[in-house]
Design a protein around this ligand. Structure first.
Ligand code: SF4
Length: 294
């Protein structure tokens, strides 16, 4: 049976005295009724698909609305020109998040981690880290189990849907999952992963879901960037030994209660936030007019 809390997950892991990812893998085998080899093969498949989602980026692609496309390429060119703040590693994270999210808006194949709208966060942090540190696929697969384990508890106790909990539930969860995976890859402990998860959720708590014209394009693509940067920051804080004062389960529960209190206008209905701005309304009208003539 899937874990109901991070406390339960960490306690079981401590009792088993095995790596955290193995505890999550073993649980997956029971819940999915599959063999260890099948589960590992499936996770490797997801990792391959994530890598492919960046490789399949085409700078010429545009979403059906025409609102999204080409920004990943702009970022690549700006990195090459040397004009940006920060180092290449950091800017490659931004570029990967843009590329994968743009691929999603352009209907290309992505891995929903945990949703299509937040699909850019995990590959954005994993690919540059794996490249910089030459991490083998087998280790990345372990980190994906860590992310999946924490993500599953968030989904169980709270939500991973913008329509239910706002963008905090989508990009916030993706960021938390990515933060745990990064903490693990940085040789962090199970407890450090929990702190990284708590910090990542806390930092994005209250984030509303307000997609312009109801399309998973704006602000979604750029929000994936902030989800990825938040993940790196929280993983680094956790690896530095910085703790979050509130237990992870309580942080997740707080996210749920914030989502419950959130107006429906901020839950993917495109009635509030950026979606309700005068310009967004003009964009919506233009899209509707274009669609009428198609
Ligand atoms: S704004 Fe809404 S649709 Fe866009 S990524 Fe966030 S939750 Fe998903």
């Amino acid at each position: 049976m899937a874990f109901q809390s991070i406390k339960e997950l960490l306690e079981q892991n401590s009792a088993e005295n095995i790596p955290l990812w193995e505890t999550i893998l073993n649980d997956d085998l029971t819940s999915q009724n599959m063999s260890r080899a099948e589960s590992l093969e499936r996770m490797q498949y997801f990792w391959d698909a994530m890598k492919h989602s960046v490789d399949s980026y085409d700078p010429k692609d545009r979403s059906n609305s025409g609102l999204v496309g080409g920004d990943g390429e702009k970022m690549r060119m700006a990195i090459a020109s040397g004009q940006l703040y920060g180092d290449t590693f950091m800017n490659e994270i931004i570029m990967c998040a843009l590329k994968v999210s743009e691929c999603n808006a352009c209907m290309k194949r992505i891995v929903a981690t945990p949703t299509a709208g937040s699909c850019g966060v995990m590959p954005a942090v994993l690919l540059p880290v794996v490249k910089a540190r030459q991490i083998p696929d087998t280790t990345v697969v372990e980190a994906l189990y860590i992310a999946a384990g924490f993500g599953q508890v968030i989904a169980t106790r709270s939500s991973i849907a913008g329509s239910e909990g706002g963008c905090q539930a989508e990009v916030g969860t993706a960021s938390a999952m990515a933060a745990t995976a990064l903490t693990w890859l940085g040789n962090g402990t199970a407890q450090m992963c929990a702190h990284a998860c708590s910090m990542a959720i806390s930092n994005l708590m209250g984030l509303v879901c307000d997609p312009i014209a109801g399309l998973v394009e704006i602000p979604c693509v750029q929000r994936n960037v902030i989800g990825a940067m938040n993940a790196i920051s929280c993983a680094n804080m956790a690896l530095a030994g910085i703790c979050h004062r509130i237990p992870t389960d309580e942080v997740i529960d707080a996210m749920r209660s914030v989502g419950d209190l959130m107006s429906p206008d901020f839950k993917e209905t495109a009635r509030g936030g950026l979606a309700a701005t005068p310009t967004a309304k003009i964009i919506l009208k233009e899209i509707n007019r274009k669609n009428q003539f198609q």
